[in-house]
Ligand binder design. Structure first.
Ligand SMILES: Cc1cc2nc3c(=O)[nH]c(=O)nc-3n(C[C@H](O)[C@H](O)[C@H](O)COP(=O)(O)OP(=O)(O)OC[C@H]3O[C@@H](n4cnc5c(N)ncnc54)[C@H](O)[C@@H]3O)c2cc1C
Length: 386
């Protein structure tokens, strides 16, 4: 059992696993991945909808996806494990002038950055693509066929197994109680299995990372925010390649899941905090929005006990917080993804590994996500948060 490591990664969800894999690929052998649960995936990763999209509004999010989605497509080649990538596409539907302008502006920028297959659909095109959707108030929308879904559990497992084969160690059922420092430098971590000396520690602890960073004196402005998902029983007559469909008028969205659907709606009244149960009344609220957009969904069958809730790790500007911590040498963050941590896990893992091993990363222009941006007042603005 090692009590020293080159790098300790705290949290073995999809982000920690990706960092560990990328570190071993870059020749780092003494990587210790510490997970407090007895099984991986009990944090946000196991609760995710698995959506991956490059249709974003900010350059940095578009770029993170332009790197990560092709990586998911060749995941098996790279990592030796399937990712479950399904290129069903994402369809955003606009019902107002404001949303039409927003989608058209985003599409133009996405194309400039290299997303050449994003296209504008008329209401008629949408009615043909998703025949049961009500389009009488729809003004058009954007569709990108390489957006889609992955299986977050498969991706996390693939990265973990690859990292272990590359020499990393995984501790399960061990909690990191604090990050130790001396003179502003990381010296290791105190865990429920004793102290581990290490010059580098990564906070990949998902929605729980802020308190952990604070033990090292670092400010990581990440707050947990509940998100709830409702799977349905099998629903006959769904098109074979149903995309993720987003009704921008309400924020209601859905995707295929097995022979039924997975329904999502982000309640704007939700308050930050560790709330992990499904709120009574939520299923009724989401079904109302579902039937408004798809009248045939009046026949959807839902078993309320199958609905679940998880936590987004929200940053103040809804973008990830990546790279060296502000003011603590040897501490790195990979956090705050605000709903995009699964889809951006390949890019995040690579960037953090490069910063640790090489001191620089040019994979994606990650600087807009740097941890010190809040102190510099250089916050980002992304309005397409799902
Ligand atoms: C309902 C829902 C739907 C989502 N849909 C999508 C989507 O469609 N697409 C997308 O890209 N993202 C989505 N997300 C977001 C995505 O799931 C997260 O961004 C991502 O899983 C974050 O991964 P992570 O590894 O950082 O965190 P986690 O998976 O939470 O992993 C962190 C791990 O750290 C461990 N840990 C915490 N503290 C300690 C400690 N002190 N010591 C040791 N271990 C510790 C935890 O046990 C946990 O396993 C969704 C999230 C939710 C809740």
């Amino acid at each position: 059992m090692p009590q020293t490591a080159e790098v300790v990664v705290v949290g073995a969800g999809i982000v920690g696993a990706s960092i560990a894999w990328h570190l071993t690929r870059r020749g780092c052998r003494e990587v210790l991945l510490v997970e407090r649960e007895m099984h991986q995936g009990l944090g946000s990763t196991g609760k995710s909808m698995g959506g991956v999209r490059a249709q974003f509004a900010t350059d940095v999010n578009i770029r993170m996806s332009l790197y990560s989605i092709p990586f998911f497509a060749r995941f098996e080649e790279e990592v030796g494990h399937p990712s479950g990538y399904q290129a069903h596409g994402y369809l955003f539907m606009a019902t107002s002038d404001q949303h039409v302008a927003y989608l058209r502006r985003n599409m133009a920028r996405q194309r400039e950055l290299g997303l050449t297959n994003v296209e504008w659909l008329t209401a008629g095109d949408i009615a043909r693509a998703v025949p049961f959707v009500r389009v009488d108030d729809v003004r058009g929308g954007t569709f990108c066929p390489t957006d889609g879904f992955v299986d977050p559990h498969l991706v996390m497992t693939g990265f973990t197994q690859g990292a272990l084969a590359g020499g990393a160690t995984l501790w399960k059922g061990v909690t990191v109680e604090r990050i130790t420092t001396e003179g502003g430098r990381v010296t290791g971590v105190d865990t429920t299995r004793g102290h581990v000396s290490a010059p580098v520690v990564v906070t990949a602890a998902g929605p729980w990372a802020a308190a952990l960073a604070e033990t090292a004196g670092a400010d990581l402005p990440v707050t947990p925010l509940r998100r709830m998902l409702v799977p349905t029983e099998p629903f006959p007559g769904l098109p074979e390649r149903l995309p993720m469909v987003i009704d921008m008028s309400t924020g209601f969205h859905f995707r295929p899941e097995a022979r039924g659907l997975l329904l999502a709606w982000n309640d704007p009244a939700e308050q930050p905090g560790v709330h992990t149960g499904v709120r009574p009344g939520f299923i009724e609220q989401i079904l109302t929005r579902a039937v408004e957009r798809v009248p045939a969904f009046a026949d959807l069958e839902v078993n309320p006990r199958r609905a679940w809730a998880g936590l987004y790790e929200m940053s103040p500007d809804h973008h990830g917080i990546l790279g060296p911590a502000h003011g603590v040498t040897g501490l790195f963050h990979a956090n705050g993804f605000s709903g995009h941590g699964v889809m951006h896990s390949p890019a995040s893992g690579r960037i953090v590994a490069e910063l640790i091993v090489d001191g620089r990363s040019e994979t994606v222009d990650w600087q807009p996500m740097a941890a010190d941006r809040f102190a510099r007042g250089a916050v980002l603005h992304e309005t397409a948060v799902l």
